[in-house]
Design a protein around this ligand. Structure first.
Ligand code: DX5
Ligand code: ZN
Length: 219
């Protein structure tokens, strides 16, 4: 069954604890935490102090998505702040530094992830496949919630699914951006195992029902 990871980017930050409770009670699997630096993406969001507070508040699995340049500078601090998984972008630094960042995360006992922007080919992940526990396929341009799912990313997911299966790798496939019940079913059919959903979950009246719909349990 696919995992659902609501993104707190769409939460009401003045009531973050209650927002986290609502998705936990809604049986969300992971909590997705978007970090932006205003350089890698044209937006800013939250960072280390907020992650530390969230870590103290909940034992949910914290899936931290770093949309920052040269993430190798910060991965250790995000691990110390309580991330369970730290995902960096393949476009954010050199191959050498990207590999060093992924290995650093694993050496600290956390899961490593590698994200691909929509314009990045699927095989950009191949040099890192032994060093990563998750590949994140962005289905919108990173930086903002509430955008439309790019269905032209489905073949990219398919190629990655096929490659991971051929090599017998445990690496998870995650999708982020524009996920709703319809696009969730397309992404899952193409091989995604973790679905990030921000606005679709947080704007829903009944979040539990919505999370079940995203998982394909309900119509
Ligand atoms: C976008 C972020 C996403 C965002 C998704 O850069 O990485 O995690 O919160 O939001 P929705 O689900 O609204 O597209
Ligand atoms: Zn994200």
């Amino acid at each position: 069954m696919v995992k659902i990871a609501p993104s707190i980017l769409s939460a009401d930050f003045t009531r973050l604890g209650e927002e986290i409770d609502s998705i936990r009670e809604g049986n969300a699997d992971w909590l997705h935490f978007d970090v932006m630096d205003g350089l890698f993406v044209p937006n800013l969001s939250v960072g280390i102090p907020v992650l530390e507070s969230v870590r103290k508040y909940t034992d949910m699995f914290l899936d931290v998505h770093l949309m920052i340049r040269e993430p190798v500078r910060y991965v250790e601090r995000f691990c110390q702040a309580g991330a369970d998984l730290v995902c960096i972008h393949v476009e954010a630094d050199t191959e050498e530094s990207t590999r060093a960042a992924l290995r650093k995360v694993r050496s600290l006992g956390k899961k490593s992830g590698l994200a691909l922007k929509p314009g990045t080919a699927w095989d950009a992940a191949l040099p890192f496949i032994e060093d990563t526990d998750l590949i994140l396929v962005m289905t919108v341009e990173p930086g903002f919630g509430g955008q439309k799912f790019m269905s032209e990313m489905l073949p990219k997911l398919g190629f990655l699914r096929q490659t991971l299966d051929e090599f017998g790798l445990e690496c998870l496939l995650e999708v982020d951006g524009g996920v709703n019940p319809l696009t969730a079913s397309l992404a899952a059919a193409a091989g995604a195992q973790v679905l990030v959903a921000g606005s679709d979950v947080f704007k829903a009246q009944d979040r539990k029902e919505r999370i079940a719909q995203l998982r394909g349990e309900k119509q």
